[in-house]
Ligand binder design. Sequence first.
Ligand code: R5P
Length: 291
Amino acid sequence: MIVVPGEKAQELAYRVSKLAGCKLLRTEFKRFPDGELYIRVLDNEAIDNEDVVFIQSQRDQNDAVVESILMSDILRDEGARSVTLVASYLAYTRQDKKFNPGEPISIRVLAKVYSQLFDRVITINPHETHIKSFFEVPFICGSAVKELASYVKDRLNNPVVLSPDTGAIELAREAAEVIGCDYDYLEKTRITPTEIKVAPKNLHVEGRDVLIVDDIISTGGTVATAIKMLKEQGAGDVIVACVHPVLIGDALNKLYTSGASEVIGTDTFPSPVSKVSVDKVIWELLRESGF
Ligand code: R5P
């Protein structure tokens, strides 16, 4: 096995190559004057007849999709025996169905493309797991929630883990198992036409520290509202953990000024809160895939 990094996953690719004890190839990433991508693998002679793992992050969605297509062309052309795409953050997974007529199912068409280019695709906590059915090659998903929970475990007093909605309840369950505590999801109730209440469905948070777990925090709106309401309900410290800290614009500030005591995320792409690495999760998935 040899590892090739994508432009935005150079640290993660290095960490995985260290765990695997394998060669990390040298690359070059540039832009043509008009903005088009130029990529090159400098150690191209090392590719022939090798199982190559291309590790990229797709946080800058469109560039990353093109990068993966160009990289597969290099790796196939240089004679790789197999080519695995590891997309620590897989883009376009939130458009996993038609929400309105006339829309694409974005991840379905990208899955078709990746299935032509790669022998398998590995990712961490995709927004929806049913997207597996769109792939014609093995699509292997891991979870970084246990790593996030372990990171905060000893800092919580009488804790409860909450997901912001029913969709992420499985993530809350996973974290609660590591911490050894209760878990629940937050339910939104409309009190009046202009007033909503967000509270745990079954539990009370008064006097308890809360860990909110979600796959993605984007604008921070969902979680900021939840933090404010939990504080009003008497919660102690509220720590926010997410796998993919997209954190657009003032999202991080919004979370802290709503009462979060800490925000943590992983390094599926570099961010100010990427305190937990998914390197071991990726290496474990690769090992399970026969590497
Ligand atoms: C939605 O289902 C996701 O799990 C996240 O809760 C959502 O993407 C968060 O978005 P935002 O941070 O913009 O509220």
